[in-house]
Design a protein around this ligand. Structure first.
Ligand SMILES: Nc1ncnc2c1ncn2[C@@H]1O[C@H](COP(=O)(O)OP(=O)(O)OP(=O)(O)O)[C@@H](O)[C@H]1O
Ligand SMILES: [Mg+2]
Length: 511
């Protein structure tokens, strides 16, 4: 099945937007390529002259002259090729750099609700593999989009120029090859998209397994996971082999067509030579041009396959790029705004699915004065974490108002709001680094005394002061591994180190 969706306008914008700063390279690469193409097209014609005028007629002078000319042309072609490679690499590498940057920025600034709808593993794939595919596409296109059509048309023109009569066979060979390539391309579309899906699945599985290694061991599921992975792995190999098999099967078919056409050229060309309608060198050149045409058709078909493969990546990238940035309408925020900490909910309704009819938080109203401590109790899944996320403006209510110090939350710059909130999330999340790094991550300006105070308040200071490296102790992969509760206490210390006006603790006393 062919991809039913072609590139949308937005997809193409990815290329326009990210290539604009590198206009010079984008124009220079194809220009250099034209040099290479013209030189490639001249060589067979000159070779014919060496054979027909030089060797056959014993004109050594002409052989030397033409030989030198061919050498010069080869050098010019080489320079063209190198120039094209350099400029297309500059354009594509920078394109990838910019695209990764834009994507990363979007993940940081995009609407939290939309971003959190993507799984981390899928975002990782988009930022790495998909960007590489798009980058490769730019590289290939800058080289091939010019090279292939020019070689094809140029090759046909040169063949006609050499011998009009013999060229008529091109009208048989080209449609035949086009048919074969069309067939391969069409088949490959589906084969490669299956392959990509299998790769995605393996990626997902590896990430899940690495994250869940402890659970897998405890539940004795290592064997089960191994089998699951082996199956996925085998499916990938099968899918890849299917794709390769196709090319393997088609290869000989193409060779038959090519060899048959060479025999035809030799047969009719030979006859013409006997009748002095054609020369030996011209037959050689003619075969060369046929090869050039064949090569260019192959390039076009490869490019088509690659475009379809990259198309899926481009689509995934634009899904992320399409996310709205919400923290942007700065002009409409009330500034400056000093938060005291009063929180009010007025008839707030909310649903994760933008579903107006059945919000799972309905008509919530409450008020917490500044300085007051309040608790929210509810069964699991009742919506406690959701209410806390609403206070931090991670999500926006469907209806009703959330007021901070009497000001609607939508009018408060989220940056200022969150600067005044200390949040301990339900799931412990610490970035790796020293304990000091972890605390300073919140605000570079906090002093060691402040760090100490908050560690004391979180009742973890005593433990840390006994560590040989104290605040310099490295937490994470290559350092000390803390217990679940110790980690939780660190996240509490992290939340209070900035002395926030609003402190939110989501179920963080479990350990
Ligand atoms: N990101 C999300 N997308 C869609 N639905 C969600 C999301 N997060 C939570 N929910 C759903 O919203 C409901 C409330 O979830 P919430 O996390 O607020 O519950 P909770 O009261 O904090 O529960 P717990 O005590 O288990 O932490 C649940 O039914 C859950 O399935
Ligand atoms: Mg919760």
């Amino acid at each position: 099945m062919m991809r039913d969706k072609n590139f949308k306008k937005w997809d193409l914008d990815i290329f326009f937007d990210n290539l604009k700063p590198y206009k010079k390279s984008v124009i220079l690469a194809p220009l250099f390529m034209i040099f290479e193409v013209v030189m490639d097209l001249l060589q067979p014609k000159l070779l014919a002259r060496v054979v027909d005028e030089g060797i056959v007629k014993g004109n050594l002078n002409l052989i030397v002259h033409t030989g030198l000319l061919m050498l010069g042309i080869a050098i010019v072609g080489l320079i063209g090729g190198i120039g094209c490679t350099i400029f297309s690499s500059i354009a594509s590498q920078n394109f990838g750099y910019d695209l990764r940057k834009t994507l990363f920025k979007k993940i940081q600034n995009g609407r939290f609700k939309d971003i959190s709808a993507f799984s981390p593993s899928s975002l990782i794939t988009r930022l790495t593999n998909d960007v590489s595919q798009a980058q490769q596409l730019v590289l290939f296109s800058l080289r091939m989009l010019v090279r292939a059509p020019f070689l094809c048309i140029g090759g046909i023109a040169m063949a006609f120029f050499i011998n009009l009569k013999l060229s008529s066979m091109i009208f048989v060979v080209i449609p035949l090859l086009l048919f074969i390539f069309y067939f391969i391309t069409k088949k490959s579309f589906s084969l490669f998209s299956t392959m990509q899906k299998k790769i995605d699945r393996i990626n997902l599985m590896v990430r899940e397994n690495l994250a869940g290694i402890r659970v897998i061991r405890i539940f004795n599921r290592s064997k089960y996971e191994k089998t699951r992975f082996e199956n996925a792995n085998e499916e990938l190999v099968d899918a890849s082999l299917n794709a390769i098999n196709l090319t393997v099967k088609i290869g000989p078919l193409v060779m038959i067509v090519v060899n048959l056409s060479i025999i035809t050229i030799l047969w009719f060309g030979g006859k013409m030579t006997v009748n002095s309608e054609m020369k030996v060198g011209e037959i050689m050149a003619f075969i060369n041009y046929l090869m050039i045409i064949l090569m260019s058709l192959m390039m076009i078909s490869n490019l088509a396959i690659f475009i379809s493969r990259a198309g899926a990546s481009i689509e995934r990238i634009s899904e992320v790029l399409n996310i709205e940035e919400m923290d942007k309408k700065e002009a409409s925020y009330k500034k400056p705004f000093f938060i005291k900490g009063k929180i009010e909910f007025k008839n707030v309704s909310f649903s994760y699915k933008n579903n107006q009819d059945t919000p799972f938080l309905k008509d919530i109203s409450f008020s917490i004065e500044a300085g007051e401590t309040a608790g929210i109790i509810g069964t699991t899944g009742a919506g406690k974490t959701t209410i806390l996320s609403l206070i931090a403006n991670l999500y926006q209510p469907l209806s009703g108002n959330i007021l901070i110090d009497g000001c609607d939350i939508s009018e408060i710059d989220p940056y200022i709001l969150r600067d005044n909130i200390g949040f301990v999330t339900q799931e412990t999340m610490l970035f790796s680094g020293t304990i000091r790094d972890i605390m300073k991550w919140v605000d570079e300006k906090v002093s060691d005394t402040e760090i100490e105070e908050s560690l004391r308040a979180a009742e973890i200071y005593e433990f840390i002061s006994k560590l040989p490296d104290g605040l310099e102790t490295f937490i994470g992969q290559k350092g000390v591994n803390l217990s679940g509760g110790q980690k939780q206490r660190l996240t509490i210390a992290r939340a209070i180190v900035k002395k926030p006006k609003i402190l939110i603790l989501d179920d963080c006393t479990s350990s």
